[in-house]
Design a protein around this ligand. Sequence first.
Ligand SMILES: [Zn+2]
Length: 369
Amino acid sequence: MGKYLDIPFPRVKNPFDGHIHIHRWKDENSGETYIHGLEEYRRACGLKYIALASLPSGNPIPAPRDVSNNIMCAFYKLANENTYAYGGFIYPSYPANEQKMENMSLETQLDELNEIGFDGIKMLEGKPNLYAKVGKPLDSDFFKGAFDKMEREGTYILMHAVDPESFWKNASREQIEKGWSYADESKFPTSDSLYNQIDNVLKSHPDLNLCLAHFFFCSEKPQKLESMLEKYKNFTVDITPGGEMYIAFNENREYFKGFFERYQDRIIFGTDMDYTPHLEAGIWLCDRVYRFLATDEALMSFDDHQITGLKIEENALQKIFSDNLLNKLGTKPKPINKEALRKYIAKYRHLIEDKELDKYIDTLIEKYL
Ligand SMILES: [Zn+2]
């Protein structure tokens, strides 16, 4: 066998990467656009379906984050019909302020994204750096109306909340540069506070269709996750790396093999791949996560740790790598309503910072709308 599996995901039908981002609209070296790049990524990895998680808010690293991210995701759905996308909330200014959001309240934005044909909502608002910027606790009145509505309408939410514990205690230089060092308690919430806020959100919205990314950073405290999975039956997690997760899974192998089989309906595969694609890295991620769950091979893993696959049962494999997310989102992505997308672009495009991208959106309008 070569470095990677000859056929990616050999024992999975319709593999589905449920967690992908677009950080740039074109490749500075090749001049190719993200539409081309995403096609290349899914072909290289043998993925039938992908879900794009829009990031229109947050730290402008590595590229500006604004409403253009929602718009680009919507256009890619028109370019490839096997594409799902989660839209994100935009804020006209920080900290968020209800008064300044009158014609773009979170509920209004939910209606707009839904009408365009988004399949769910991405929330990065629980990641400590964006949390600090927005300045509103997740269980505060600011978000309550949106959670009420999403619970009522069954909206699928992919949320990033908390982060690895090390980001609070001993962040690496790379993490510090990205603004992911949270030691300053006057600026950032503690991880305990974020865990409590999520618990409060679920307590008051027990049917919320919430997926917490990166295993909710519970690989070292899985009992906490188990008790939530038992309490809230609509709640799921994805297993998007965080390499630290896989190292912790490996240290507690028997337990996690059981965990993945016990909760096989509640776990969703994703890579966190982003455009500009590093195809080699994307293939590596797909290959690594698949082999860790599907085989009992010894693998070189994240941060050069040696790990050994868990070889979970076949049914569980099919569910985690495809069926669970298809069950959540439906087996056909929602179609794009071109009129609604046009209206949305007209209303919000003044918020786009990158003038070259703004011009490129005209090209997309011409081609797809
Ligand atoms: Zn992500």
